[in-house]
Design a protein around this ligand. Sequence first.
Ligand SMILES: C[S@@+](CC[C@H](N)C(=O)[O-])C[C@H]1O[C@@H](n2cnc3c(N)ncnc32)[C@H](O)[C@@H]1O
Length: 318
Amino acid sequence: MSQVYNLISDWDLNDELSYCLRNRDLEQKFLYMDDWAYCYYNVVEKDKIYYWSYSHNNFLDFWLKNIFLKNKNITIISLWCWNSEIESFIFENLKKNFQINYYWVDSSKNMLELSIKRMNKIKNIEKYFICADFSTNEFRRELSQFTSGSSMRIFTFFSNTFWNINPNNIIDILYNLLKTWEKIWLDVRLRSWTTTKDDMKDFEKYYWYLWNKISENHFKFPLEEINIDPKKWFMWLNSVKINPLGAIKYEYSFTLNTKTTIIIRNEKITILPKESLKILNVYTYDPDWLINFFEWHNFKLIDKFINEWRWQFLFEKK
Ligand SMILES: C[S@@+](CC[C@H](N)C(=O)[O-])C[C@H]1O[C@@H](n2cnc3c(N)ncnc32)[C@H](O)[C@@H]1O
């Protein structure tokens, strides 16, 4: 059985877009609105190293080892979850008969359609599709109500999700949302190592996305849609160290060459030449510091799966 809930209104989205533009800092969700959701598919399709060199079986194995052997009745809440690609794979391949409530949570209506399609053939679980911004109080209230009878909730962040989120913001939201014993399952990109030389190597890797047509389209289509002329900006990358996490944040921005006026709901926003607009953040982590960070916030590490630069972690609220 599946149910669909939409907690996002176009009216609120426009307000938020206007707020972000005034602050010169776009929220990530604006990259995935409307048809731009499909651009992400092209990025995934072409980024062979990140997506296709890491088998979905790594998730299935981790899941079986840590979760399903011990619990038969599970609620999975998959945050910022795109088309449920990894979750669908797991559900399709589970051999035992578990009782699963699956909550898909994403702010993009197009992603919602893609996910409903992807999950269509999976029949033996309860599916709830919630189109919502995870950071809003409204969503958190609704989720608490929806899942009030659940015995064990597991919050998952798969693929390129946790690396786009400000960890200081999300960790407190999660702490307040979870009950004792409930879990967070992370899939995270790591820094190569912690020396300056390694940081320079990583910088080069993320810098490459600036010159890659597919990722460039993923960044630029949303800007074109709000009338920023693609010939009138250039894109650049900055990196910042985030303490006490030992993380490196890569910030992708656009700088405009000419004065630009954007109109949202009859209100003008003017951006001057040489001003920049932040469009996406990418956080890469040091594993030990990430574990410490969760410990400091009262989460205990249950298990980790190590695979060079992409690790899975399972944390439990103390
Ligand atoms: C990089 S993609 C996600 C990747 C996905 N987890 C995967 O496995 O590849 C980011 C997703 O997060 C969603 N998103 C971005 N900001 C969000 C927010 N504030 N609340 C809910 N979803 C959000 C986007 O619509 C998009 O589907």
